[in-house]
Ligand binder design. Structure first.
Ligand SMILES: [Zn+2]
Ligand SMILES: [Zn+2]
Length: 166
């Protein structure tokens, strides 16, 4: 999917809005494909002193199995887009993952959305960033409340614990 930028590419101050659906369903994350539905990428590209800046938001629904508590989950996430578009990549730019080259005065929106999405995803798929996971002893899902097990203590705290118990 290409976003034509001919009209703003050489006009400082000009901007172009976009709102496109992008298919990321083939994105493999670990062992699953978490983005089953189309994601929405919306925002603007602005020519700021002849630099093209793309800003916006990716709205996506993530389906997965939580790496910590092993429950199935569906979570809506919003990921900011904030990248620079250049007519030609210099050597310096090619090391910068937030700089994208244009092709025939057009931005490859799908490539940008895909890259930004991957760079922003946590390394783990979690049902929530605060997921408490499972008790390593009894296996209870700690998001449902604490379990009856006594917490395994770090040996460094064991001495302190003894003092407190007295
Ligand atoms: Zn979880
Ligand atoms: Zn437990």
């Amino acid at each position: 999917m290409h976003l034509g930028l001919k009209d703003i590419i050489h006009t400082p101050g000009a901007k172009l809005s976009f709102s496109e659906r992008v298919d990321l369903s083939d994105l493999l994350f670990g062992t699953c494909y978490p983005v089953k539905e189309l994601v929405l990428a919306a925002g603007t590209v602005r020519n700021t002193a002849d630099v093209l800046v793309m800003q916006g938001t990716i709205t996506a629904r993530i389906n997965g199995v939580c790496d910590r508590c092993a429950s199935d989950f569906v979570r809506d996430v919003q990921i900011p887009i904030d990248v620079v578009l250049v007519e030609e990549l210099s050597n310096e730019d090619s090391e910068d993952e937030w700089v994208f080259p244009l092709e025939n005065d057009a931005a490859d929106l799908e490539d940008i959305v895909r890259t930004v999405f991957v760079l922003n995803m946590d390394s783990k798929l979690l049902c929530s960033p605060e997921c408490k996971g499972l008790c390593c002893r009894c296996g209870k899902n700690l998001n449902d409340g604490p379990c009856g097990c006594q917490k395994e203590l770090d040996p460094r705290f064991a001495a302190l614990r003894q003092l407190l118990d007295k």
